[in-house]
Write a protein that binds this ligand. Structure first.
Ligand SMILES: Nc1ncnc2c1ncn2[C@@H]1O[C@H](COP(=O)(O)OP(=O)(O)OP(=O)(O)O)[C@@H](O)[C@H]1O
Ligand SMILES: [Mg+2]
Length: 233
């Protein structure tokens, strides 16, 4: 479904992604793990068109993405829930959600809003509340809900567990698994390797801009190098 082939990404002189290749097949949850600064978020930014690549290719459903602006990539069926959530504090929950449906017509957006509120009943209860007044877990639900407004085929989630209590993290990942069982393909970036390998089918380990290991998540969880570096083993 998604094929990333040998991409290079720079921030000025900083060479953040050095020839990363990966694939995501329809129906999978694929996770990227790696230390701070490994290039995980940058890889997602390259795919969603938030930051340009200098070399390599990215195709989705057989079509190249790199020449497209970010909103057109959303239109192709890829949604990016960024690191740090990036919800609008001064807008209500409803307004935040509708922002995620900006490409949809009015009635379709409202139908989609209803679907997202069914997925996250807590958001329905908080609909008129300002984004900035939500708890951390609710803000993460809002960020995911907003990303789902465009009805993506591929959802990219960047560090959904960051700063949340274990019980809240468990709830959010449970919802991600349910969404995947409903047919959504997921590319997940996660510092919590234990959870990420637990819920994903396959994984890639990034180190300083390169893929150093990849395979079935269950196998990687048993890999000595992964255990030492990422599972505290
Ligand atoms: N806007 C930017 N300007 C300059 N350098 C950047 C910028 N964003 C990221 N970098 C650098 O690019 C490299 C990769 O960053 P990236 O955010 O992709 O890492 P990451 O794997 O997501 O890390 P983390 O786990 O901390 O989120 C890092 O060395 C980082 O300092
Ligand atoms: Mg990151």
């Amino acid at each position: 479904m998604l094929s990333v082939d040998n991409i290079e990404l720079f921030y000025g002189q900083v060479h953040a992604v050095k020839g990363v290749s990966l694939t995501v097949n329809a129906g999978e949850i694929v996770t990227l793990i790696g230390a701070n600064g490994a290039g995980k978020s940058s890889t997602l930014k390259a795919i969603s068109g938030v930051h340009p690549t200098k070399a390599g290719s990215i195709t989705f459903r057989g079509e190249p993405l790199q020449s497209l602006p970010a909103h057109a990539i959303v239109g192709r069926g890829i949604s990016h829930c960024p690191e740090g959530r990036r919800i609008f504090y001064e807008l209500t929950v409803r307004e935040n959600l509708l922002m995620g449906g900006f490409l949809l017509s009015g009635t379709t957006a409202l139908e989609r809003l209803e679907t997202v509120m069914e997925l996250f009943p807590r958001l329905r209860e908080r609909l008129t509340q300002l984004g900035g007044t939500l708890s951390g877990g609710e803000q993460q639900m809002l960020a995911i809900g907003r990303a789902l407004m465009s009805n993506p085929a591929l959802l990219m989630l960047d560090e959904p567990s960051l700063g949340l209590a274990p019980l809240v993290v468990e709830k959010i990942f449970q919802r991600v698994v349910e969404l995947n069982q409903g047919g959504l393909t997921v590319l997940l970036v996660e510092q919590n390797a234990h959870i990420a390998l637990g819920i994903s089918h396959r994984a890639y380990v990034l180190e300083t801009g390169r893929v150093i290991l990849s395979g079935q998540s269950a196998d990687l969880a048993l890999d000595e190098r992964v255990q030492k570096a990422y599972l505290g083993g």
